[in-house]
Design a protein around this ligand. Structure first.
Ligand code: AGP
Length: 587
C-alpha cells in the first residue's frame, strides 16, 4: 500500500516526472499525495488530500524529486499526514511505505532531544532520525543507520537538500530502481518506470541504494557495496488506457474475452512441471487473499472434481497459523494479482521455514512473490488498474482448471473447454440485452440495504466473490453463502423484497440450490437466478450458457457487471473504492 516514486537525472522537470509516476501508482493508495523537489540547497514541497486524478503540481524546476500517494495507516487523511515528511531543518524529505512498529519509542526519544513533530504518522520519525545522524555522519550513512533502527516491514526514499542523491532502502515493502540514460528512477512498482526504461533492479530486503551520478547498491545493516543484478523487462508500456470504456472496471471485465485464453496459453513445460509438483507432493496448500482467496477456494473444488486431488485451503491472513502442518514434502501454492500481498509473502516465509516447495500464480512480473517462489505461472492478464479484481480472478480459475485437466491426463481437451468458455464470455459481453438487463436489475435493487448470494459446490466461492464485488463497488452490504448454511442462521435476516442472487448451474447442486432459493422466497426474498435454465423460483432470470464443468468462469461475469452498474447508480467511483488499495502490503 502507498505508492512511492523518485527521480534524479539530467531533466529539469522532476516534479512532473514524479507526478506522472504517482498517477501510475495511485491504485496503491489514494487518500492523499505529495511531491518534494530539490531547489538549490532547499526542498520545495506540495501536498494535497484526495485522489491525484488530473492534478498538476505547482513546484519549481528541478533535477531531483520524490513523491508519494498514500493509503493511511497512522493518522487520518490530512495534508499534515500526507508524505513527504520533513525534519526540523526542512532539508530532509522522506516518503515511506510500511509501518514502523517501534515508532512510539523512537518518537519519545526524539522529542526528548528537542525534535518537533507536526503529523500523527509513524513516518515522520524517519527524517528526524536522519537529522540526528547527520550531526555525526554523511547523508547515505545517516539514512542507513536510521533505517536499521526501524522495526517492521518498510520501504523509504529520502531526499536531502544539499545533496544531488536520492537514498532508498527496504525490508518487506517493494522498491524497484530504473536505470535510464543519465537518469535514475525508484518506484514501488516497475509499471511506473517501464515508460522511461526497461533496465531495472528489484531491490531485495535489507538493501539500500544510492542514486546520483551513478548507482551504488549496499547491503544492510552493514553497508557493504554489492554488485546489482540488472533485469531487462520485456513488457510494453501499458498505461492501461481505458480506450472506449468509461472506467477501468468495465474495460477489464471486457478484457476477459482474451485474458482467459492468454492465461491458458502458457509455457507447457512449466505447466506440466507445476502439475507434477501437485501430483507428487504429500500435501498441497493453497492460499490467497480477497478475490484471489475466492479463486483459491474454487481451486479446491476444481482439483477435487476434475483431478480427484485434495488441496488444503487457507486465506492468506490465516495461513501462518497452519504452518505446523508443513513439512519438506508439502507444496504451497499462492495466488496473487499484485504479487505483493504481505500475508502471502509471510505464508511463503512460513513454508520456507519448513522447507516446503513454494509455487505461485502471479500477474505482476518481477513482483515480490514472482521472485520468491520456486515456480511461477504468470496470469498473463495484462495490467489490472481497477482496484476491483476481475480479469485476474478468471485468469486464476482458467489456470487452476488447466492444471486439474493435466492431472487428469486431459490437457488438450481441457484447454479446448476453457477456450470455448472464453469465447462464450466474449459473446455474453457483446450481448446488448444482457448488459441492459443487468443495468435494469441495478436500477431495481440499488436502494436495498442487504443483498444475499447463494451457491453450492463450485458456486459457493462464486457467491463469495459476487458479494465481494458488489460490496467494493456499491458499498451495499452483500453476503455470499454456501446454499445450505443460511437455514442455520441468516435466513432470520431475510425480509420482504431482499434481493437474493442464486447461482443455479446445470450440475449436481441444481435441485438443492433451488430448494434453498425457495426457502428464501418463502420469506419474501426477491430471487435473481443466474443459470442456463429458467426456474419457477426466479423473479428475474439472468441467462448464461451451460459450459459444463468450466461454467464457473462465465457465471461470475453477470455479478461483475451488476457490481459495476450498482456503483454507477450509487454515484461511486468504480475504479477506486473508498478506503481500499490494490496492493495490500501491510498486515
Ligand atoms: C479484489 O477486488 C480486491 N480489491 C482485493 O480483495 C484483492 O483481491 C486482494 O487484496 C488480493 O490482492 P492480490 O491478488 O494482489 O494478492
Amino acid at each position: 500500500m502507498c505508492g512511492i516514486f523518485g527521480y534524479v537525472g539530467n531533466k529539469n522537470d522532476a516534479a512532473d516526472i514524479v507526478l506522472e509516476g504517482l498517477k501510475l501508482l495511485e491504485y496503491r493508495g489514494y487518500d492523499s499525495w505529495g511531491v518534494a523537489v530539490k531547489v538549490r540547497k532547499k526542498l520545495s514541497v506540495d501536498k494535497h488530500i484526495g485522489k491525484i486524478g488530473d492534478a498538476q503540481v505547482n513546484l519549481p524546476q528541478s533535477v531531483l524529486g520524490i513523491g508519494h500517494t498514500r493509503w493511511a495507516t497512522h493518522g487520518g487523511v490530512t495534508a499534515a499526514n500526507a508524505h513527504p515528511h520533513m525534519d526540523c531543518t526542512k532539508t530532509i524529505a522522506v516518503v515511506h511505505n510500511g509501518i514502523v512498529e517501534n515508532f512510539q519509542e523512537l518518537k519519545t526519544e526524539l522529542i526528548e532531544k528537542g525534535h518537533k513533530f507536526i503529523s500523527e504518522t509513524d513516518t515522520e520519525i524517519i527524517p528526524h532520525l536522519i537529522e540526528e545522524n547527520l550531526k555525526k555522519e554523511g547523508f547515505a550513512s545517516s539514512v542507513r543507520d536510521a533505517f536499521n533502527s526501524l522495526k517492521g516491514l518498510n520501504a523509504v526514499v529520502v531526499a536531502y537538500a544539499p545533496s544531488r542523491e536520492i537514498v532508498a532502502a527496504k525490508t518487506g515493502s517493494p522498491l524497484v530502481v530504473g536505470i535510464g540514460k543519465n537518469e535514475l528512477f525508484v518506484a514501488s512498482d516497475a509499471s511506473a518506470i517501464v515508460k522511461h526504461t526497461k533496465k531495472v533492479i528489484f531491490l531485495e530486503d535489507n538493501q539500500m541504494v544510492i542514486l546520483g551520478k551513478r548507482l551504488k547498491l549496499i547491503n544492510l545493516p552493514g553497508g557493504k557495496e554489492i554488485k546489482p543484478t540488472i533485469n531487462k523487462i520485456n513488457w510494453k508500456f501499458e498505461h492501461g488506457e481505458k480506450g472506449k470504456f468509461k472506467h477501468f472496471l468495465l474495460k477489464e471485465i471486457n478484457d476477459q474475452r482474451t485474458t482467459i485464453i492468454d492465461a491458458v496459453t502458457q509455457n507447457e513445460k512449466k505447466l506440466f512441471e507445476f502439475a507434477n509438483l501437485i501430483r507428487n507432493s504429500f500435501d498441497t496448500y493453497i492460499s490467497g487473499c480477497g478475490t484471489a482467496g475466492h479463486a483459491c477456494r474454487m481451486a479446491t473444488y476444481i482439483f477435487s472434481t476434475i483431478a480427484k486431488k485434495h488441496i488444503n485451503f487457507a486465506i492468506g491472513s490465516e495461513f501462518s497459523y497452519y504452518e505446523d502442518f508443513l513439512t519438506d514434502k508439502s507444496l504451497l501454492i499462492v495466488a496473487s494479482q499484485s504479487g505483493e500481498t504481505i500475508d502471502l509473502v509471510e505464508a511463503v516465509s512460513a513454508a520456507r521455514r519448513h522447507k516446503s516447495k513454494v509455487t505461485a500464480l502471479v500477474n505482476v512480473i518481477g513482483s515480490t512473490l514472482y521472485r520468491q517462489c520456486d515456480l511461477v505461472l504468470p496470469l498473463r492478464a495484462g495490467v489490472e488498474r481497477c482496484v476491483l479484481s476481475t480479469k485476474s480472478f478468471t485468469s486464476k480459475l482458467a489456470i487452476f482448471y488447466l492444471l486439474a485437466f493435466i492431472l487428469k491426463g486431459e490437457y488438450s481437451e481441457g484447454r479446448k473447454k476453457i477456450i470455448k468458455t472464453a469465447r462464450a464470455v466474449g459473446e455474453l459481453l457483446d450481448d446488448k440485452e444482457f448488459n441492459q438487463q443487468l443495468k435494469n436489475v441495478a436500477d431495481e435493487i440499488y436502494k436495498t440495504k442487504d443483498i444475499y448470494i447463494l451457491g453450492r459446490g463450485f458456486s459457493f466461492p462464486l457467491a463469495l466473490e459476487a458479494a465481494h464485488k458488489i460490496k467494493e463497488a456499491s458499498y451495499i452490504h452483500a453476503e455470499g453463502f454456501a446454499g445450505g448454511e443460511p437455514k442455520h442462521c441468516e435466513i432470520s435476516l431475510v425480509s420482504e423484497g431482499t434481493p437474493t442472487i442464486v447461482f443455479v448451474p446445470n450440475d449436481e447442486t441444481k435441485s438443492a440450490i433451488i430448494s434453498n432459493a425457495t426457502e428464501f422466497k418463502a420469506r419474501g426474498a426477491y430471487i435473481i437466478g443466474i443459470g442456463p435454465e429458467k426456474q419457477a423460483v426466479f423473479d428475474e432470470w439472468i441467462q448464461v450458457p451451460d459450459l459444463g464443468v468450466t461454467s464457473s468462469i462465465i457465471n461470475i461475469i453477470p455479478a461483475q457487471l451488476l457490481a459495476y452498474y450498482l456503483a454507477l447508480k450509487k454515484g461511486n467511483d468504480p475504479d477506486k473504492p473508498r478506503n481500499l488499495a490494490k496492493s495490500v502490503t501491510v498486515k
